[in-house]
Ligand binder design. Structure first.
Ligand SMILES: Nc1ncnc2c1ncn2[C@@H]1O[C@H](COP(=O)(O)OP(=O)(O)OP(=O)(O)O)[C@@H](O)[C@H]1O
Length: 295
């Protein structure tokens, strides 16, 4: 099992008169970990709800080549875990696992129970009686152990403390390596998740801003660090999107179609050329877009 491909074409969805998604054309390859990023209200949850057939938009939606809406065969293989955990809140965890064993073809109960022990949860408790972080952890466990060919985690880590989040990320990578499937991960904690993401999709105000390989996105930005006057000389022809000074040392963040030879010349003159964190690129891209719309 390598997971399901996702394809949308002209996908739009409005809540009343308010558009949440507008003409989204998206292709996500099977068997990879995709990051879905966007500011508050960008449309991430709405998009994942459509892929999970919880909502229906207009346009084309294909999961594994099929329309997921009212399609039971696809729906049992698509798992969306939201912050709420998406579990039976008034049934004990043990009963939740019974239900999942019936409902999810690839569910691994032994794995779920080992994770429940690792997260120190009590099988006899009901999700509604768990703390916020424990309920999130149980949602994450359900998402992992379901091993659904399309698994979506929508801010599932909210509420989990830092060690629990780290455990979730480690477990996701470990289990994904053994059981490849399509994962869509939506998170505002970009610096925590960026090492896991193979592709990045950014939604902005319901529109697709970009979607592509994480490495390609990274190569669009760089930092130059060194003595102020040398940095300024090299940055003068580049699009500078941020500047930090520490005494005589300056660091600028440049972004755009970077000229490789210009970066090599900067290195030759003793400047350090570094990678830009995905979070900085994300802030720059969504800021630029907002300013372009305003002007
Ligand atoms: N049930 C709803 N009824 C009306 N409007 C909604 C509903 N759910 C979402 N919206 C609106 O649709 C837009 C997209 O919301 P959505 O929840 O998909 O964004 P998001 O990217 O997941 O945001 P966040 O990062 O804040 O969770 C927002 O403007 C939101 O106000």
């Amino acid at each position: 099992m390598t997971g399901y491909a996702v394809h949308t074409e002209g996908l739009s969805l409005s809540y009343g008169d308010d558009p949440a998604l507008t003409g989204v054309d998206l292709d996500l390859a099977p068997g990879r970990i995709h990051g879905l990023l966007g500011r508050n209200g960008a449309g991430k949850t709405t998009l994942m709800s459509v892929l999970a057939a919880l909502r229906r938009g207009t346009g084309t939606v294909r999961v594994d080549g099929q329309d997921p809406f009212e399609n039971e065969a696809v729906m049992e293989d698509v798992c969306l875990i939201r912050e709420s955990g998406d579990t039976l809140t008034d049934e004990r965890l043990r009963t939740n696992l019974d239900f999942l064993e019936d409902a999810r073809p690839f569910f691994d109960r032994a794995y779920a129970e080992s994770l429940i022990a690792a997260f120190a949860l009590d099988l006899a408790k009901k999700p509604q009686h768990l703390s916020r972080g424990q309920a999130s952890a149980f949602g994450a466990i359900v998402g992992l152990a379901s091993r659904a060919p399309l698994t979506m985690f929508d801010e599932v880590h909210l509420g989990m403390d830092a060690p629990s989040r780290q455990r979730f990320y480690d477990e996701l990578l470990r289990d994904f390596a053994e059981h490849p499937r399509t994962i869509i991960l939506s998170s505002h904690l970009i610096s925590e998740v960026e090492h896991m993401l193979e592709t990045v999709t950014i939604l902005h105000e319901g529109h697709l801003l970009l979607s592509g390989e994480a490495d390609d996105l990274h190569s669009q930005g760089a930092t130059l660090t060194g003595p102020s006057e040398v940095v300024d000389r090299h940055a003068s022809d580049l699009a500078v999107v941020g500047t930090r000074d520490l005494g005589p040392t300056r660091q600028v963040t440049v972004f755009g179609d970077l000229d490789e030879s210009a970066l090599r010349r900067a290195e030759h003159d003793g400047l350090q050329v570094g990678a830009v964190p995905l979070q900085d690129l994300f802030i720059h891209l969504t800021d630029t877009q907002t300013h372009q719309e305003a002007s």
